[in-house]
Ligand binder design. Structure first.
Ligand code: NAD
Ligand code: ZN
Length: 351
């Protein structure tokens, strides 16, 4: 089968590999829609997970099941499914001990696609623990909307969950790429009052308003912390961090009220340490909490994403700015993500 792969750090290309084989609990899926991600760019061009050779990329997919293992009973060949980016091994004792499923075997072990096995940018891909990881896609939902569930929706919403947003609270969302935009939508779902979206690209600003941001804060107009303090007449209750470098957590702490919560879903690719401003953190006594997490995966989580779209609460398909036809579209999409012209939010390849 053909797949689009990381050949080595800094290099991608098409390769041939044998079709994967399903173990007793697994499924083999053929993609219907696949989306390149900022994380694929980090993997290939920043060496985020270290060197890999001929590793098929991609972890955001909707597909059709072509084969299931002998112990799989809920999922059948022919089913159209949403495939979460995070596909934990649910049969671990750690989960019974309360370890988050994202880390059920070891740190970040739930992230398998294009990390410790081939990803979804191929004619076929392998899904572990199919009954517990795959969600059946209802016919009413478009492939465009469904393809934003495996990572963009679940990650952005997780930012709102980690920030512990309460009804009527004021929230800042730093970074309004596709993840931050779903953070804005998640803040709305959790009942935020004002939502300050920090970003500057016109397409992202337009979408932030569409998803429910009440205020836009542009770093080009001055220090973002001061702008938010001025607009909000003080610090905010919660911050979602979905973009920025090592200094962004410090900004989040500065704009946050004592007792407030930060939900970080951003990937920090550089620096040995992350700085927390001592005084703004009350010299350690401000009751300002920082949570950071990998997006939730698994079937139940994807079924919740499906429920939200079915109920008409959020339309994630608006994130797709660059649709392509065919498997080859992932190469075009990934190159777009790499070069990042201002109008790109999310590319998609429809197969
Ligand atoms: P993106 O690059 O499309 O969006 C990030 C946005 O943040 C960009 O628009 C960028 O201009 C903006 N930005 C950068 N520095 C900023 C700053 N200092 N202040 C405000 N905005 C700033 O990426 P994305 O796909 O939306 O993903 C966002 C982050 O989430 C990335 O770091 C990505 O790796 C990470 N991510 C995490 C998970 C997870 O499970 N936790 C999953 C997917 C993506
Ligand atoms: Zn992704």
């Amino acid at each position: 089968m053909r797949g689009f792969a990381m050949l080595k750090i800094g290099e991608t290309g098409w390769i041939e590999k044998p079709k994967p084989v399903a173990g007793p609990y697994d499924a083999i899926v053929a993609p219907l829609a696949i989306a390149p991600c900022t994380s694929d760019i980090h993997t290939v061009y920043s060496g985020a997970i270290g060197e890999r050779h001929n590793l098929i990329l991609g972890h955001e997919a909707v597909g059709q099941v072509v084969e299931v293992g002998k112990e799989v009973s809920y999922i059948k060949a022919g089913d159209r499914v949403v495939v979460p980016a995070i596909t934990p091994n649910w049969r671990t004792l750690q989960i019974q001990h309360g370890v988050p499923h994202q880390h059920s075997e070891s740190l970040l072990s739930g992230w398998k696609f294009s990390n410790d096995k081939d990803g979804v940018f191929a004619e076929f891909f392998h899904v572990n623990d199919a009954d517990m990881n795959l969600a059946k896609l209802p016919n009413e939902i478009s492939l465009e909307a469904a393809s934003m569930m495996p990572d963009m929706m679940t990650t952005g919403f997780h930012g709102a969950e980690l920030a512990n947003i309460q009804i009527g609270s004021n929230v800042a969302v730093i970074g309004i790429g596709p993840v931050g935009l779903m953070g804005v939508a998640g803040a709305v779902l959790r009942g935020a009052a004002r939502i300050f979206a920090v970003g500057s690209r016109p397409k992202c600003v337009e979408l932030a308003k569409f998803y429910g941001a009440t205020d836009i804060v542009n770093y080009k107009n001055g220090d973002i912390v001061q702008q938010i303090l001025d607009l909000n007449h003080g610090q905010v209750d919660h911050v979602i961090v979905a973009g920025g470098n090592e200094s962004v957590l410090g900004q989040a702490v500065e704009m946050l009220k004592p007792g407030g919560t930060i939900g970080n879903i951003n990937y920090f690719g550089e620096g040995k340490t992350l700085d927390i401003p001592r005084l703004a953190w009350g010299c350690g006594m401000a009751h300002k909490t920082i949570y950071g997490g990998l997006c939730p995966g698994g079937r139940a989580r994807m079924e919740r994403m499906i429920a939200i779209v079915l109920a008409g609460r959020v339309d994630p398909s608006k994130l797709i700015t660059h649709p392509f036809k065919g498997l080859e579209g992932v190469e075009k999409g990934l190159n777009l993500m790499k070069d990042k012209p201002a109008e790109v939010v999310k590319p998609l390849a429809l197969i």
